[in-house]
Design a protein around this ligand. Structure first.
Ligand code: FUC
Length: 803
């Protein structure tokens, strides 16, 4: 297997039965238009989504009345009156709304009468070409269906064929759970016209049209009531075009019908074979950048649901590479075109008028997690909708900063919707958390570290980061005990201390988030040679943030005071943000904190909600515990519906993550975690195969990205790299760490680099300051021996190493 880079076979989710419910249906999407395909022979259901179908309309939820409360809550906290502070926050902090709901378009039903007995049933989702298929036999005829949400023609296309002529007979109808009407236009097209729900007193103002147009080959075509009837055709291609009046979060003045109609007309003009070819070609440009081979066993020949049931007991490493690539498929399919929306809690797939948590954007972990794999699994372009949302929030959040906090800059709490709301929602114990914007801002810096895009850093990232920093400059408070500058009132996301109090000052995660925001803003000012006095004041403030602290159980403290409970298995592990996704805790630079973070994670335990387990895969990868990380992958690939009838964190048979219920963050978190087990880049070097589990002793990966724009291809055997090539996109120093020694493939010496470094990843190290001042430096940690190579690279060149 070592003659070639990673091979993948069987990149399919496939089943011998149709989906009996939504959690068994298969998702297709082009970033904007999504569908769940059920594959029922007699009555095909295609559940439709369009990403801008949201209740309500433009507007923020800022409630200026709470401005006066915030200093009162902080005063109570500083007087150690925690209960009173929490009660005041929970009872009185409210916003105008809690945000709007992401809503479904409807269902296209295709009825196939008189099917007779069905045999040889098969359906799949092929994630190598982003096409779903159904095949079965009935009365001596083999029927085929194909489904894709076209990236290139912007419609959903369904193709119906059979192995004998004249066998396609069916009727098409649409339904919708929202206010809507259905007409048949020109005796040819189903036209569903709808409007979204009013919600929390806000009028539903998103108008949408779904147009369904079949094009038949042979046979006859007629209309019966609100259905289109196809009779004895040789084949039929059904085009589904959906559009809304949404232009952007402030503007819904488009004409949904004209838009849907013009997309439909263009799509129909393209012949089916060209359309499917163009679609897959577009998709593969991104998908094929990464190949992963963790080995394949006989288990990989079984249907996906059978494999999921057997995974924990068996030996099926290929299911992990399938799951990893499925995460990349889902990201391309839910966050694709610039100008579209980021992936929400369910990506773009939702069949409920009132989905769990409104299928909004929850930002105390979930939205960020959706984008953890975007850079390192080589899908940087897919981050554009998210980066755009962050920029939008920096405008809407400006109003909230001014009206609630009397501060400059922008603030954002733990949830937003398509309208970019920025005020606190739900209860203060989850919503009164003003550091959401500090977390989102990290993505801007990360995008720069991977791409080296200085124009992006200057024009888009820096203004947002600077304004986020200004907000915290204005609101930080000096706490009375140590004189540290803290965020207050706040929370450690969704968690409670002293039995039942959430509201607090100086939560560890807040301190870590501000540390990163300030560090990144200071570094950006340095790189762009701008705002030096602003950067100096930030440096000064940064020094006054509370340090990370180790508590009485040897744990990393979650709160400013030592309040952690070692029996606590809460799903959020917010204080471990410093270990991952941040890079503040390192085995080499902060070994005591590294040990403390590990202790905290041990106390928290493994099994939890889907996204929590996804986070823990990354955390154990950072702790160099590959086997433990693998154990969490096993937990995550466990069927959500357990034998005791309960539904727990894991996956559904369509391999979507179960929080439960379905939430896409766990897919993305675990995908990122698998990459983090194979390549890590922080702390000034790229660690190749830092956390391989015993289960993956032999394998290869191609195309993972490290910070600094280095594309990594590595083959390993018995846990050791055998062959490594690094493609440098941006040039500059490359520093790699491995557990084994390597030499240059061409026999030349690995030349040590010298001098100033132009690479964005290492550039930041030219600022001579410790990332985190660590008081305790005694380490009980033993790190196995590693080798460090530091060499110069030229942009566009490949560097090869062998054992
Ligand atoms: C946070 C989590 C929940 C859920 C929700 C969408 O509130 O604590 O588990 O993921 O987001």
């Amino acid at each position: 297997m070592f003659g070639v880079w990673a091979q993948e076979t069987n990149m399919k989710l496939w089943y011998n039965n149709p989906a009996e419910n939504w959690n068994e249906a298969l998702p297709i999407g082009n970033g904007r238009l999504g569908a769940m395909v059920f594959g029922q022979p007699e009555r095909e259901q295609i559940q439709l989504n369009e990403e801008t179908v949201w209740s309500g309309g433009p507007g923020n939820n800022t409630n200026p009345d709470i401005k006066k409360l915030l200093p009162q809550i902080t005063n109570l906290l500083f007087q150690n009156k925690y209960m009173e502070a929490g009660t005041m926050a929970n009872e009185k902090v409210t916003s105008k709304t809690n945000g709007m709901k992401y809503q479904p378009v409807g269902n296209l039903w295709i009825n196939f009468p008189n099917q007779g007995e069905i045999s040889d049933y098969y359906r799949d989702l092929n994630i190598e070409d982003a096409v779903s298929s159904v095949e079965y036999k009935s009365d001596g005829v083999t029927y085929y269906r194909k489904f894709f949400s076209s990236f290139t023609d912007n419609v959903i296309i369904v193709r119906l064929t059979a192995d004998k002529p004249g066998k396609i007979s069916c009727s098409l109808g649409i339904d919708c759970q929202l206010r809507s009407s259905i007409t048949i236009d020109n005796n040819q097209i189903i036209n569903l016209s709808g409007i979204t729900d009013d919600h929390e007193g806000v009028l539903g103002r998103v108008r949408f049209h779904a147009l369904v147009k079949p094009v038949c080959e042979g046979g006859s075509f007629s209309v019966f009531q609100k259905q289109l009837i196809i009779d004895k055709a040789d084949a039929a291609t059904i085009y589904i075009s959906v559009a809304t009046n949404f232009n952007n979060y402030k503007d819904i003045s488009a004409d949904a019908f004209i838009r849907a109609d013009s997309i439909l007309k263009k799509a129909i003009a393209v012949d089916y074979r060209t359309a499917i070819k163009n679609h897959s070609f577009y998709y593969q440009k991104y998908f094929n950048r990464v190949k992963l081979d963790l080995g394949t066993t006989a288990a990989a020949k079984k249907p996906t649901d059978v494999r999921i049931n057997a995974f924990k007991r068996g030996n099926d490493p290929q299911l992990v590479s399938l799951y990893f690539q499925y995460g990349r498929y889902l990201l391309i399919s839910s966050s694709s075109y610039p100008g579209t929306q980021p992936a929400n809690l369910q990506g773009i797939w939702n069949d409920k008028v009132s989905p769990p948590w409104d299928s909004k954007y929850t930002t105390n972990i979930n939205l960020e997690m959706n984008y953890w794999p975007v850079e390192n699994t080589n899908l940087s372009e897919m981050s554009q909708p998210f980066l755009q949302m962050i920029e939008d929030l920096s405008y809407s959040g400006n109003e909230t900063a001014r009206e609630i906090y009397g501060a400059r800059g922008w603030v954002f709490h733990h949830n937003t919707d398509i309208w970019r709301i920025t005020g606190p929602v739900d209860h203060a114990c989850t919503g009164l958390w003003p550091t959401g914007g500090a977390w989102l801002s990290q993505q801007l810096w990360e995008h720069y570290l991977y791409t080296g895009d200085k124009a992006f850093l200057k024009d888009r990232a820096f203004p947002v980061m600077k304004k986020a920093s200004e907000f915290f400059m204005d609101i930080l408070q000096k706490e009375p005990e140590h004189g540290w500058l803290v965020v207050s009132p706040s929370i450690s996301p969704e968690h409670r201390y002293m039995d039942n109090i959430s509201t607090c000052a100086g939560a560890t995660m807040d301190n870590q988030l501000l540390f990163d925001l300030f560090s990144n803003t200071i570094r950006t000012a340095y790189i762009l040679k701008t705002d030096s006095s602003f950067a100096d004041s930030l440096k000064d403030i940064k020094k006054q943030l509370p340090p990370m602290q180790i508590g009485k159980y040897g744990q990393l403290q979650e709160w400013m005071k030592d309040r952690d409970n070692p029996e606590d298995h809460h799903r959020h592990v917010s204080h471990l943000y410093g270990l991952f996704p941040s890079n503040q805790i390192s085995p080499y630079r902060t070994p005591a904190l590294f040990n403390a973070a590990k202790q905290s994670l041990i106390y928290r335990g493994d099994a939890s909600t889907g996204w929590s387990m996804g986070w823990k895969v990354n955390l154990w990868a950072r702790l160099f515990e590959g086997n433990h990380a693998y154990g969490l992958i096993e937990d995550q690939l466990t069927p959500a519906e357990r034998s005791d009838g309960k539904v727990r964190g894991g996956i559904y048979y369509n391999m979507l993550d179960a929080c439960p219920p379905f939430q896409i963050d766990g897919n993305f978190g675990c995908t990122a975690g698998i990459a983090e087990m194979l390549v890590q880049s922080y702390d000034g070097f790229i660690f190749i195969l830092p956390s391989l589990p015993d289960r993956w002793s032999t394998g290869s990966v191609k195309g993972l990205l490290a910070r600094g724009g280095f594309e990594i291809n590595v083959q390993w055997r018995e846990g050791k790299p055998e062959k490594l090539t690094i493609f440098s996109k941006l040039g500059g120093n490359c520093r790699i760490r491995l557990r084994t020694s390597l030499k240059r493939a061409d026999g030349t010496q690995i030349k040590k680099s010298h001098g100033e470094n132009s690479n964005p990843f290492y550039q930041t190290n030219t600022i001579k300051e410790p990332l985190i001042p660590e008081k305790a430096s005694v380490s009980k940690l033993t790190l196995s021996k590693t080798y460090l190579y530091d060499f110069s690279t030229k942009a566009g060149h490949t560097y090869s190493f062998v054992k």
